[in-house]
Design a protein around this ligand. Structure first.
Ligand SMILES: N[C@@H](CCC(=O)N[C@@H](CS)C(=O)NCC(=O)O)C(=O)O
Length: 280
């Protein structure tokens, strides 16, 4: 592991690290915010998954999350959104290839060799974080747009690993919208049963118990074609699953929207992380 950045902010440290990922077969960067208390205590972790075109930088420079993470004593880990490097397959469009890993394990060529973001986020990264940072084993997950899709699907598939999940303007039904259909066709091929393994609307079921929160701006230009939150909310209702949902008047898809409500999301996760009966 190589440290690329270390900046003091809100009493804590915003760091960026580089490491060789065995899962992704390439060198990856991730960002981590460590509250001041991390010097003496083990703390819970919130994973943040960013959206299309992002790196580990967008969230740490634009969301203003550090103030709230410091206040609530939560470590935030923000990974990159896809494998990186010259030998990693890519596509000219912004919604496929680098910057668009969709938090799944690709099965198709030329993607499968590096595009294993699901395993990276669920398995490799938490082990690496536990080895190098003072974490107490409690985890929550959040994200934006494609990252909201990642957060929801990862939490729904691994409810024992996360205390809570939230999302800003998530892609909730990738199998039913153009962004998801394009990515899944390339990464997963024609096999529709594989597609539903990465679709939050298909994954939510009567056993789902973890706290879920979604914020969505009503002036988001992707709302009606790509995001369609009502599909997920209908599925939650059908299975009697609670989902806190806020449609925010006048907000768009940008980090200005995220910055406005990130404090509420961190408070939401802190409550679950510190009340989690699994906390020793
Ligand atoms: N570039 C695309 C949209 C990409 C986009 O909106 N990306 C969002 C996530 S889905 C983002 O966070 N962009 C980076 C940023 O705002 O810092 C377009 O113009 O249609």
């Amino acid at each position: 592991m190589k440290q690329l950045e270390n900046v003091r902010t809100f009493g804590g440290e915003q760091q960026v690290w580089q490491h060789q990922s065995a899962t992704l077969n390439c060198t990856m960067n991730f960002a981590i915010f460590l509250p001041e208390q991390a010097k003496t205590e083990k703390l819970p972790v919130l994973y943040w998954l960013s959206g299309l075109t992002c790196t580990e930088q967008n969230f740490i420079t634009k969301a203003g999350a550090q103030r709230y993470a410091a206040q609530h004593k939560v470590i935030i880990v923000a990974p990159d959104t896809s494998p990186r490097g010259d030998d990693v397959a890519d596509n000219e469009s912004y919604d496929l290839g680098k910057g668009a890993g969709f938090y799944l394990n690709a099965t198709q060529q030329p993607w499968a060799k590096h595009y294993q973001m699901y395993d990276y986020i669920v398995n490799e990264l938490p082990v690496l974080i536990a080895e190098h940072f003072p974490v107490n084993g409690k985890q929550a997950i959040s994200g934006h747009s494609m990252g909201g899709h990642g957060a929801l699907t990862i939490a729904l598939k691994n409810p024992q690993r996360y205390s809570s999940v939230s999302a800003f303007a998530p892609i909730v039904a990738p199998t039913q919208v153009p962004w998801g259909q394009k990515a899944f066709q390339h990464y997963l091929g024609d096999n529709q049963t594989q597609w539903t393994q990465y679709d939050a609307t298909a994954l939510v079921n009567a056993e789902t118990r973890l706290p879920i929160r979604i914020d969505q701006g009503d002036k988001d230009s992707f709302l009606t074609e790509q995001l369609r939150p009502e599909l997920f909310l209908d599925a939650c209702r059908a299975h009697h699953v609670a989902c806190e949902y806020y449609l925010r008047q006048g907000y768009d898809h940008s980090y200005y929207f995220i910055a406005t409500f990130i404090g509420e999301h961190i408070a939401f996760h802190a409550k679950a992380l510190y009340q989690d009966p699994r906390t020793a």
